[in-house]
Design a protein around this ligand. Structure first.
Ligand code: UDP
Ligand code: MG
Length: 319
């Protein structure tokens, strides 16, 4: 019998523990129990409340529950990574503890997995429950990610809630970066990807632990992990400054010739002022060119030190 692992990071989720386990039993485990074995990998991410004690209490009645107690609060992404490393299932489904990710779609995700999809994303059909700031900033951010990594399509309305086949989990686990962002890593490793649509519910109980600073951090890590293209900005600025410098040099030369031939009476002040502008542009061009050249090497170091695979083969098919 194949096994499905649910991976659930938990930070101060005391009000959610028993409701979560009961809901998973009702809407997932009992629905699929004839075909699949389960494990619920709960990651206690350094909670300061009674999350761990309550999980241990639940475990007495729920042999599927595996508790992973982290050494301190690491944050959601590292907690999910610990879950992916611990999970032993043939597929793994990371989800939030607050039931915002609707567990009732899991049977449908599993059906698509049976049909051959190796990743099944849970795509939010609407972001109506978000503030307009969050909607707009997310839209802009994913368009930017698309631009800097045209080969890896990172879907905008998908968080960590997705079904991931063991093959894909192993590829993701083998990545060696220390700042992890699962939603970028899964599209990076690839494989046959399908989607189910969900409406993301409101948090069932307790409160959000995701401040703006954590969102900014996630965005920053996503960009840095997926591409070194933003480093090109140095080169682009150097090119612009070089063009301005050339144009400005031509203007200066023309002004000088006009003055020598006395066609126009251009004053000394104007000539000197233009010369200062030229010198500033020249120095600016030099400095940004040096920085742009350094960026090329920084990009190379960054790519090499990430030790990402240069290609992943699904299988070799011979006759
Ligand atoms: N979480 C975690 N460590 C943290 C913060 C959050 O493991 O430092 C977990 C949290 O318990 C929940 C999931 O990550 O299961 C998503 O967090 P939350 O619901 O607070 O975020 P939001 O849905 O508001 O973005
Ligand atoms: Mg939440």
């Amino acid at each position: 019998m194949k096994k499905i692992s649910l991976v659930i990071p938990m930070y101060n989720e005391e009000p959610m523990v028993s409701l979560l386990i009961a809901t998973l039993k009702e809407k997932v485990l009992s629905v699929l129990k004839d075909k699949y074995a389960f494990e619920i990998v709960a990651l206690n991410d350094g909670s300061k409340d009674k999350t761990l004690e309550l999980l241990q209490e639940e475990q007495k009645e729920c042999p599927e529950l595996v508790i992973v107690d982290l050494s301190r609060n690491w944050g959601q992404e590292p907690a999910v990574r610990a879950g992916l490393l611990t999970a032993t299932g043939d597929c793994v489904i990371p989800m939030d503890a607050d039931l915002q990710d609707p567990p009732e779609v899991i049977p449908l995700m599993v059906k698509m997995w049976e049909d051959g999809f190796e990743v099944v994303n849970a795509v939010r059909v609407s972001r109506k429950s978000d503030t307009s700031f969050k909607r707009d900033s997310a839209g802009f951010f994913y368009r930017y990610l698309d631009k800097i990594s045209p080969k890896v399509k990172i879907p905008g309305n998908v968080n960590n809630f997705r079904l991931i086949d063991r093959r894909v989990v192993d590829e993701v686990n083998a990545l060696s970066e220390s700042n992890r962002v699962l939603r970028v890593e899964i599209p990076f490793v690839g494989f046959k990807t399908g989607a189910v649509e969900i409406v993301r519910a409101k948090r069932a109980k307790g409160e959000s632990h995701y401040p703006l600073s954590a969102m900014v951090n996630l965005a920053k890590n996503s960009i840095v992990n997926i591409s070194v293209k933003p480093l090109d900005i140095g080169l682009k600025i150097a090119l612009c400054l070089a063009i301005f410098f050339c144009l400005s040099g031509i203007v200066e030369l023309v002004m000088f010739i006009l003055r020598l031939t006395s066609v126009f009476n251009i004053g000394d002040l104007a000539l000197w002022a233009w010369l200062v502008i030229n010198v500033i542009l020249f120095v600016g061009t030099l400095i940004t060119t040096v920085l742009a050249v350094q960026s090329l090497y920084i990009g190379k170091i960054s790519e090499e030190s990430a030790h990402k695979p240069s290609v992943i083969i699904r299988e070799v098919i011979r006759k």
